[in-house]
Design a protein around this ligand. Structure first.
Ligand code: SF4
Ligand code: SF4
Ligand code: SF4
Length: 553
């Protein structure tokens, strides 16, 4: 049967007009933070504290609470995250990105000094007992998110102190142990208990734990260094980056005068290289791509250079040549950069017919790490990581997150722990699943009018003198900014995609469409009455942060 078509001349003429609307957008900093931190939100509490009747001290407390909703370790992550959030900050091309990571660290230290308590959900308690294997960032984030929702959580770990790789691998000069201790200690004020020295697979089986708890989370980490797979690798003098870093956390290691080559370009490689310098070695990092492709944080690479670490780029190891059992040199293949790979990094390809020899006494291999699947036979599939859903669900009552799912960064591990807890709680309580932040409308490029905001250079972050590492090798080099600098940095935020009370729309509206709300808070300063909107579009044009936009009615 044919449908009867209305002649075009008889079709109803659409009657709509363009009106302004207020629409909160996802800012680029949040979109690029692995933990999807509400950066604009907690910075806005500080930057706009006077408008909202808060003293600066109240604002710092409040900002920390907002930050800690998603990240219970701001002092830790504020020291170690390579801050991809800053790379895409809208301010980056104007006068430098907002120092998000440094403000995060400042707030973390602020909360430790004042013994602030973590934010919990409204008083409630649920009967299900939750078990967690591992005590690294993913596990502790999951434990925190479940405990603050009213569950009793027991964490099992094979070590005698919690913290996973944060404790056992990150050098003290980047993350002092008392900072990590303080942030873990605070978790124990919630209903979380730690069963240490429990090796799942030896002391207890995973099946026993699953019978003991209504729901389990696996945050196994990735503590096994991958091998190069080249001749000469087996034998003394070759160690994985992660093993070397763990060893020097248990006591002093002396490498005085030894020639150490560190293979790799990530943060573990740079940690190993800087640590080996502190242990007295002559250190070179060998990387098969160029410096531009190194995944390690820029400031870590610069710090390594200032401490005397040499870099040898575009060289791929081919064999370790020994004299007897001692290492003589590393044979390397010179490379050149070819086409970009699937991650957009240019692939290294061999330069035909060339070989070089790099003299060495010790080789630290820091190319990648893998989980130890010991005790996990029944849940491990055929891949390198656990085959879980995006939320982290492995099976009924079994969830996972962190490096066993390929998280890579501690902030990504914290996010995976949180996502799993949010989804597991929704499943247990039969609630709707949380909506991912990525589903929100992003700030469109160019919609923030950077010319509206006054020029204000990014402040230099406080540092000890570069040579301080010689006199106090395990002391921190980067320092925490002071209160005045934290406030000044927060006030550089452009509040991309959310109202910050500049009042331009209020002043320029032809139809008096904007009314100030009585109880203001960051992002909530005016309501817009659509019936008063004349559709002139002036407010949309003038709003500097891209919060207002047209809507067809
Ligand atoms: S966790 Fe990392 S990416 Fe996220 S806000 Fe902190 S520094 Fe930025
Ligand atoms: S200016 Fe502020 S809201 Fe915009 S990207 Fe930077 S930190 Fe985020
Ligand atoms: S013009 Fe100013 S006050 Fe109005 S919505 Fe935009 S940021 Fe808020």
């Amino acid at each position: 049967m044919c449908a009867t078509r209305t002649p075009e001349s008889e079709a109803p003429v659409p009657t709509f007009r363009i009106a302004a609307q207020q629409l909160e957008k996802l800012p680029p900093c949040q979109a690029s933070c692995p933990n999807s931190g509400d950066i604009r939100g907690w910075i806005g509490v500080i930057a706009q504290h006077e408008k909202n009747g808060l003293t600066i001290e109240q604002a710092y407390d409040e900002a920390w609470l907002r930050l800690a909703e998603r990240n219970p370790f701001p002092a830790t992550i504020g020291r170690i995250c390579p801050h991809p959030c800053e790379d895409l900050c809208t301010r980056v091309d104007k006068d430098g990105a907002v120092s998000i990571n440094a403000i995060e660290r400042f707030l973390g230290d602020w909360a430790i000094e004042r013994s602030l308590n973590l934010p919990v959900m409204p008083e409630q308690s649920w009967p299900e007992s939750i078990g967690v294997v591992g005590s690294g960032p993913a596990s502790l984030s999951f434990a925190y998110q479940m405990a603050r929702r009213g569950y009793r959580v027991e964490v099992y770990d094979q070590h005698d102190v919690p913290g996973g790789m944060l404790r056992h691998a990150i050098p003290d000069y980047r993350l002092p142990r008392e900072i990590l201790d303080a942030e873990i200690e605070r978790l124990l004020d919630l209903d979380i208990s730690m069963a240490m020295n429990v090796d799942v697979g030896t002391t207890v089986t995973l099946e026993e734990l699953r019978n003991r708890h209504a729901l389990m989370f696996l945050g196994l980490g990735a503590q096994q260094g991958r091998r190069l797979g080249i001749p000469g690798e087996d034998g003394p003098g070759v160690v994985s980056g992660i093993d070397y870093l763990q060893e020097r956390k248990t006591g002093p290691v002396s490498l005085t005068g030894r020639r150490v080559l560190v293979i790799g370009g990530g943060n573990t490689a740079i940690d190993a290289a800087r640590s080996a310098r502190r242990d007295g070695a002559i250190v070179s990092v060998v990387y098969r791509r160029s410096e531009a492709e190194m995944p390690a944080a820029r400031e870590e690479i610069e710090a390594a250079k200032s401490e005397g670490v040499a870099f040898r780029f575009l060289l791929a190891p081919t064999s370790i040549v020994r004299s007897g059992r001692s290492i003589q040199h590393l044979e390397v293949q010179p490379m050149q950069l070819g086409e970009p790979d699937e991650q957009g990094r240019r692939k290294p390809v061999p330069v035909p017919g060339e070989r070089q020899e790099l003299p060495a006494d010790m080789i630290i291999v820091a190319v990648a790490q893998a989980p130890d699947w010991h005790g996990m036979d029944k849940v491990v599939g055929s891949g390198d990581v656990l085959d879980a859903s995006d939320e982290g669900r492995l099976a009924a009552g079994l969830w996972a997150g962190g490096d066993d799912r390929g998280a890579g960064l501690a902030s990504a591990a914290i996010a995976q722990g949180r996502y799993a807890a949010e989804a597991a709680h929704a499943e247990l309580r039969d609630l709707p699943r949380p909506v991912p932040d990525a589903a929100r409308h992003p700030v469109e490029p160019g919609s923030v009018r950077t010319d509206y905001y006054a020029e204000q250079q990014r402040g230099d972050l406080p540092q000890r003198p570069a040579a301080a590492w010689l006199s106090d090798p395990e002391g921190e080099i980067a320092l925490t900014m002071g209160e005045d600098q934290a406030l000044a940095e927060a006030q550089r935020c452009l509040s991309c995609g959310l109202c910050f009370d500049c009042q331009q729309c209020f002043m320029y509206c032809n139809g008096a469409g904007f009314t100030r709300v009585e109880q203001t808070e960051p992002g909530k300063y005016f309501v817009l009455a659509l019936e008063a909107c004349e559709g002139c579009g002036k407010c949309i044009e003038i709003c500097p942060c891209g919060y207002l936009e047209p809507r067809a009615e």
